[in-house]
Every structure is written in structure tokens, then in C-alpha cells.
Design a protein around this ligand. Sequence first.
Ligand code: HEM
Length: 146
Amino acid sequence: MATMLDVVMTTHTIFAALWTGGTLLVAGAVLPAARRELLGEKALALIGRRFSYLTIASVLLLLFTGGHLAGTLYTVETLQSTGRGHLVLTMVGLWLLLPLVLYGGFRQLTGLPPEKSVATAASEARPWFLIASIISIALLIVAGLL
Ligand code: HEM
């Protein structure tokens, strides 16, 4: 019988995978296609909008489930004085950074002025999504070390 902690950890891990996987897919497939004008403005805006919904849901659900996990498995003392505690605090720091960097990228993909091409928008979003990809991989490494 699954315990409450099992359900919370599973939800936490599912949204961790969806969010980081989505970030890597946008950086590794969507933007390269857009930079080659293989994706239209409407398609790019739809992908950008849907991914921002996933980002909002992930930020909130990872906070709630992560907060529950931290409150159950750690104390303020063990968060600050153990190796695992430091990994969790690193996870929180990266969780704070990732949506900020993604927001920088989203802004380039939606609401394009008429004179800006899809390829230009994708090229301007690229550095943001490359940094977001590095943060995502760092998050998965931290999670793997836990
Ligand atoms: C406020 C933000 C977050 C908090 C407070 C938090 C907290 C935690 C805690 C306390 C654990 C359990 C650690 C243990 O077993 O000792 C955990 C596990 C995990 N976290 Fe987070 N987390 C946060 C954000 C994230 C993010 C953004 C990711 C994205 C990759 C993530 C991925 C994971 C994964 C995959 C595990 C499972 C590790 C395992 O298999 O044991 N977390 N998190």
C-alpha cells in the first residue's frame, strides 16, 4: 500500500522529469526547428504558451511536494549540516533560478512584433534555453546524488 510520502515523492519526481525534459526538448528540438524556419509563428507561440503552463504547474507542485518532503525527512539542522541537506538546498536554489531563466526565453517566443522573424526570435531565445538546459541537468544530477 503506497504511503502519503510515496505519493508525494512520485508526484515530485514526475514533475521534475516533465519540467526538465520539456526544457531540454525546447532547447534541443523546438528552437533548432524554428531557427531553420521549419516552425511557423503560431506553432512557436502555442509551444511557448503550453510550456509556460507546464512551468507554472511544475514550480508550484515541486514547491509543495518538495516542501512536504523536506519537512518530513529533514529538520532545519539536518538541512544545514548534512550532505543530503545541502543537496536539497541546492535543489531549492536551482528551482528558484530555472523559472527566471525560462521567463527570459519565453519573452522572446511569444508576441512577436511584425518585423521580427521566427528564426530571429528563436535565435534570441536560444541562450536562455541553453542556460535553462544546464540548470535542468544540474537539477537531475543533484536528484541523482540524493
Ligand atoms: C522548492 C523546491 C524543491 C524542494 C524543497 C525539493 C525537496 C526535495 C526533497 C526533500 C527530496 C527528498 C530528498 C531525500 O530523499 O532525502 C527531493 C527529492 C527529489 N527532488 Fe526535489 N525539491 C525541489 C525541487 C526540485 C526540482 C526543481 C527538481 C527537478 C529536477 C527536483 C527533483 C527531485 C528528484 C528527482 C528527487 C528524488 C530523488 C530520489 O530519488 O531520492 N526537486 N526533493
